[in-house]
Design a protein around this ligand. Structure first.
Ligand code: FES
Length: 204
């Protein structure tokens, strides 16, 4: 019979982020002067989201520990940015802009086609294979290139049926090749991420 007054041993801190992305963490922190490592919080949160699958309490605590921040500060950052997801979501999150300027260029009418291509029933849903989540987005600052979407951190402009199908096929190939366990799609160089994805222009 355990002693009810006994203090349970402290759980070891989660280290899933550090085990998955040690090099990326070091590179992100190195961008800032010594003592200013907290400036890398967005980078680390995005990496943590990939390592944990979503932003969990453990992810927040690990980011805070690595950057010597208060977890409450880190949680405040999470709440401010729509790219950080506390709920389960697809490996690739598609933010498809349906704001007015894009709608005037046909983005609204193209939305059902986008959902169909990614295999989701509608905006706000995730494909049954867990690969894709499609969300409607407000202006993503590429109004002149609509229809356009942001897949994780990469932009894809001037979408057409053909281009969309090429992007979906390329993303599925990346996932099938095991790249789902690498750094989050779009992290780092956008131009590098676009390599190997046909009919896609990196943002200028
Ligand atoms: S309104 Fe769609 S990118 Fe600006």
């Amino acid at each position: 019979m355990p002693d009810p007054a006994a203090v349970p041993p402290a759980l070891p801190p989660a280290d899933r982020l550090q085990r998955a992305f040690a090099a990326e963490i070091a590179a992100a922190v190195a961008k800032y002067p010594a003592g200013r490592q907290a400036s890398a919080v967005l980078d680390l949160l995005y990496l943590a989201q990939a390592a944990y699958g979503r932003i969990t309490t453990e992810a927040i605590e690990e980011v805070a520990a690595v950057l010597e921040m208060d977890p409450t500060q880190v949680r405040g950052v999470v709440g401010f940015y729509s790219l950080f997801k506390e709920e389960p979501h697809g490996r690739f999150v598609i933010h498809y802009c349906t704001d007015l300027p894009c709608a005037l260029r046909g983005a609204d009418a193209f939305l059902p086609r986008v959902c169909r291509a990614f295999g989701v029933p509608g905006p706000g849903e995730t494909s049954p294979d867990g690969l894709f989540s499609v969300e409607e987005a407000m202006c993503l600052a590429a109004c002149d290139r609509a229809p356009m979407m942001q897949v994780n951190l990469s932009y894809f402009h001037d979408l057409t049926d053909e281009r969309l199908d090429g992007i979906v096929a390329a993303l599925k190939a990346k996932a099938a090749a095991g790249e789902a366990v690498g750094p989050p799609f779009g992290f780092g160089s956008v131009r590098g991420v676009a390599e190997g994805v046909p009919s896609v222009e990196a943002p200028s």
